[in-house]
Write a protein that binds this ligand. Structure first.
Ligand code: GLA
Length: 727
């Protein structure tokens, strides 16, 4: 059983195969006893953490002046009584009081997975074992219930959490802060890892030891944002890829989020993740319920690598949805870096011809096909084809592309509106704005107000029409600006601070409708590249354009960074032109190809201008992708060397059936007279034999894992792909 309740000790055990998470009902107060490697029995909280030396606490637990909620490890703390640390839940009531005091009321165990309503979440497939524990906490005075949900994916070593709050009273109150996850840790000998970045430099791994005080990452931008992907981890100070404790949290949410560790005066971190409390308020009328998004928790006692693989497994099989989840997707050519908005139908068909010769599966028409869109200054919202540029219309162009043996894909930016558009002229109040304030533009555009039903309906109708009337097999769903002056014309004053979360609920309802109505269309999410690379979007769209930086060397950082949480099957990765359009670097086609290959592979350049040599290389790349895509996308990933620690990096993939092993070697800066690097492979069967398919040489699994393979680092920008088959 995954969930065990010890009635004698009032303890709740959430067991996966290798991990345990334990909390306790201590006289009505929920204490956090343990999260870590599997254990069967945990002492009570009083025995676990003696309080010698702890003082200056306000005691709200009778019998001991030291026994204060301020000094024990808590599971879901609130503000106003004796715990003076950052709360997981904070509300203000109609009498002005900011105090919530939650006491254990009841629990229920469900033999199925539960999910937060209206929000993306993990789910179970047939055969998956998942139990859910619901714990109800109750504030007697205010008649407020807080339900904590713990879903235990026993075989996957994953637990997910989300929270629901319900107003049972006849008065209204305001939520100020609402976390999905909270747990106190007994010591601070951890580093915090996060993925920080900016436009075109997403997902760079940052690792820093904890300090006393609050350390946090978040987004206040209206999207999860490129600044930080919604993920944090605490890992042992000496944890490596393969050793030490790693506690990872990944939030299934795409809007304003928060993740942090507040280390108290006794060096105990409170780890939290949920809705960003900054500029957030939610009005709770009598009977109202609100959900905090789901957090995926991945704990590993064997290092960061296993934490990542557990994330990959659940994201791939229990978060991403739809008919493309398990299939190999399309090798695509996207015309963005080939033509930008300056194209004619003939030019597009010329590129499509070259693509078809190479064996590409799909042609994607990017920005510039609608309204008067010849620059980024206009037309977002006017989703009708520009027949001056495309005289045969989308339907005609799509058919011509199909006739060349290619599928046809299309770019949209449905959440946006250009002030210079027919839509804006007709509906100037449809964008997020605040009366009396400037409507600040970013890339000459404003954000549509997705808190409004009429706006959401408009987006759904436009997409439904375009996708029904044209042979479209793929949509690139872009979102290229963040919020400013973010008010809504229809919301009352007291609801204006709900805009960011209401926007997400609107967006998710649109995505649910559109992706369900068009199950055979592959959707790829994008936000100026990886500006909304998060588990929320991946629920609806199984892949995201990882970055607008298509340079191969930069992509090594970005894709390695993303891989700490997200599987390679979720990362759009294309071969682009040289000199690279973002940073001007020249890299060989082989490097560009092998960096893109493990992701969702494609091209982003004018194929009609490609040299014969590059065409031949591209054909080989496509062949390799068709052959090994499933190893990259459904196999297990092991990081052998990190680009963040040196000039060389190596990624290993072991196929689901364990018969194929691929090692991708990349060296970005050569050095003369340095010895070869030794890379020990991981995850093989020690007694099995593996044959290098290029050389025919056979090695024992134990040899490859202990002696390793060699990487020559004498030359700049070199790379290789080694394929081993079990014999
Ligand atoms: C964003 C995307 C690009 C491209 C442009 C089009 O920047 O990330 O890939 O689609 O928009 O305007």
């Amino acid at each position: 059983m995954a969930i065990i309740v010890n009635e004698q000790k009032n303890q709740f055990y959430l067991h996966t195969q290798s991990t345990s998470y334990v909390f306790e009902n201590t006289n009505g107060l929920l204490t956090h006893n343990y999260w870590g490697k599997r254990v069967e029995d945990i002492p009570s909280i009083n025995e676990l953490y003696p309080l010698s030396g702890i003082n200056l606490a306000v005691a709200d637990i009778s019998g001991s002046v030291h026994r204060s909620t301020d000094t024990i490890l808590l599971e879901y703390p609130t503000h106003g009584s004796c715990d003076l640390r950052t709360p997981a839940f904070h509300a203000v009531y109609s009498d002005g009081s900011p105090i919530t005091k939650l006491t254990f009321k009841d629990y229920k165990i469900y033999n199925k997975k539960l999910s937060p309503e209206g929000l993306p979440a993990t789910y179970t497939n047939e055969g998956d074992i998942c139990q859910t524990l619901e714990v109800e906490l109750f504030d007697e005075l205010k008649q407020v219930s807080v339900f904590l949900y713990y879903c235990v994916f026993e075989e996957k070593d994953i637990i997910t959490r989300f929270v629901k709050v319900k107003n049972n009273s006849s008065e209204k109150f305001t939520i100020k802060s609402f976390m999905s996850f909270c747990a106190d840790f007994p010591h601070m000998n951890y580093d915090m890892i996060n993925l920080n970045g900016a436009w075109a430099r997403e997902a760079h791994i940052e690792r820093k030891p904890l300090f006393v005080g609050m350390q946090e990452v978040d987004s206040k931008r209206g999207a999860s944002g490129p600044n930080h992907s919604p993920f944090i981890a605490l890992v042992d100070n000496d944890a490596t890829e393969d050793s030490g404790d790693a506690f990872g949290l990944c939030l299934v949410y795409s809007g304003n989020w928060f993740g942090g560790a507040d280390v108290d005066r006794h060096f105990r971190p409170r780890l939290m993740m949920g809705l960003n409390p900054f500029n957030f308020e939610w009005q709770m009328n009598p009977g109202d319920e609100l959900f905090a998004p789901e957090v995926i928790m991945s704990y590993s006692s064997n290092g960061i690598g296993l934490m990542s693989r557990q994330f990959h497994n659940i994201i791939r099989k229990n978060l991403c949805r739809g008919s493309f989840r398990d299939t190999e997707r399309y090798v695509l050519i996207n015309n963005w870096e080939a033509t930008y908005m300056n194209f004619t139908e003939d030019k597009l068909l010329e590129i499509a011809d070259a693509a078809s010769e190479l064996g590409v599966d799909m042609f994607v028409l990017d920005d510039g096909w609608f309204g008067k869109r010849n620059t980024d200054r206009c037309s977002l919202g006017d989703w009708y084809v520009n027949t001056e540029k495309l005289p045969s219309g989308l339907d005609g162009l799509g058919k011509k592309i199909n006739d060349k043996g290619l599928k046809f894909g299309l770019w949209f930016e449905p959440e946006m509106i250009s002030p210079d558009s027919d839509l804006y002229r007709a509906h100037p109040d449809w964008c997020l704005h605040t009366e009396g304030r400037n409507r600040s533009e970013s890339r000459y555009q404003l954000t549509l107000d997705l808190t409004r039903k009429d706006v959401c309906d408009y987006i759904i109708s436009v997409l439904t029409k375009t996708l029904s009337e044209n042979p479209i097999a793929y949509v690139k769903w872009d979102m290229n600006r963040h919020f400013s002056e973010a008010g809504s014309a229809l919301l009352a004053a007291e609801n204006q601070r709900e805009v960011a979360h209401r926007y997400m609920l609107g967006l998710y309802s649109i995505l649910e409708r559109v992706t369900t109505a068009f199950p055979n269309v592959l959707f790829e999410s994008c936000s100026s590249g990886g500006g909304r690379f998060d588990a929320g979007m991946l629920h609806y769209m199984p892949q995201t354009w990882s970055s607008d930086d298509s340079d191969a060397v930069e992509r090594l950082y970005i894709q390695e960074g993303l891989s700490i949480v997200y599987p390679f099957s979720t990362m759009g990765a294309h071969v682009s032109a040289i000199p690279n359009h973002q940073i001007g670097r020249n890299t060989p086609i082989k490097l560009r190809g092998l960096v893109a290959l493990p992701g969702q592979f494609g091209f982003e350049l004018d194929l009609s201008k490609m040299s014969d040599e590059d065409k031949a290389a591209s054909k080989e790349l496509i062949k390799a992708y068709k052959q090994y895509g499933e190893v990259f996308h459904r196999g297990e990933y092991f990081k052998l060397a990190s680009i963040f620690k040196g000039q060389n990096t190596a990624w290993e993939f072991v196929s689901e059936d364990k018969n194929t092993v691929i090692v991708m070697l990349y060296n970005i800066q050569g050095k003369v007279a340095v010895p070869d690097k030794i890379l020990k492979l991981k995850g093989l069967q020690p007694n099995a034999k593996y044959q290098n398919i290029a050389t025919g040489n056979i090695y024992g699994g134990d040899t490859l894992m202990n002696l390793g393979v060699f990487q020559n680092c004498n030359h700049d920008q070199t790379c290789d792909m080694l394929v081993f088959r079990k014999v």
